[in-house]
Design a protein around this ligand. Structure first.
Ligand code: DX5
Ligand code: ZN
Length: 214
């Protein structure tokens, strides 16, 4: 299982130390949550923080933009070191154009769906996607409770990907922990984002290792 620790739950006064922990762990990616206070009711951090993280790690940055007009920031996201750019379907009027522009900028293109957005809305772009990120909480905050309907949604998405011949990975974000991870894997998840489950654990490195091995 690919594990992408969300630094939203890190200690920002000791971010270097927390990135070092991730570097020493089995986590394959690092998840960076950008919030603008418009698309979601919270504000997190932006490009200077992502650039700083990128200088401290070799692990690919999985950047999740919870912002309006993400298409306006593609080159900035690339320049601050992102490997994967996740844009919300709900935030993109011209989703196909945005996906093509992300790929042309040299990043992996991922589309994120809120819990209320059905997977079939991606039917006509799925073949072009590197990943779909399914939200298993309403985006905006770390530490929320997992929405169980996400499990059925992973299965539906897996079907859609299979039918289309797409090679898109399925990533799940929100309330993920060691208890629900096996269920998510069984449903078809390839990658798991986890914030609180990792950073509030007594032994984050061990938690990551167990999640990778699930
Ligand atoms: C929520 C963010 C998540 C968040 C996950 O809007 O997109 O990435 O950091 O945190 P946990 O794992 O604590 O739910
Ligand atoms: Zn996220």
């Amino acid at each position: 299982m690919i594990v992408s620790p969300s630094i939203l739950s890190a200690d920002f006064a000791n971010l270097g130390r927390d990135i070092d922990m991730i570097n020493r762990s089995a986590a394959q990616w690092i998840h960076c949550d950008v919030m603008d206070g418009v698309f979601v009711p919270n504000i997190s951090f932006g490009f200077p923080v992502i650039s700083a993280v990128s200088k401290l790690t070799e692990k690919p940055l999985d950047v999740h933009l919870m912002i309006v007009n993400p298409q306006n920031y593609i080159s900035q996201v690339r320049d601050c070191g992102a490997a994967i750019m996740n844009v919300h379907q709900e935030a993109c009027v011209h989703l196909d154009r945005t996906i093509q522009a992300i790929k042309a900028a040299g990043m992996k293109a991922a589309v994120t769906l809120n819990p209320s957005t059905p997977v079939w809305l991606l039917e006509d772009v799925i073949a072009d996607l590197d990943m779909v990120l399914l939200m298993s909480v309403n985006p905006g905050f770390g530490g929320q409770k997992f929405i169980p309907q996400a499990v059925a949604k992973i299965k539906k998405l897996k079907q859609l990907i299979g039918q289309s011949g797409s090679r898109a990975l399925i990533e799940v974000d929100g309330g993920v922990n060691l208890d629900n991870a096996p269920l998510l894997k069984e449903a078809g998840a390839d990658a798991l984002v986890a914030g609180n489950a990792i950073f509030r654990a007594d032994d984050p490195i061990d938690t990551i290792a167990r999640m990778v091995a699930i």
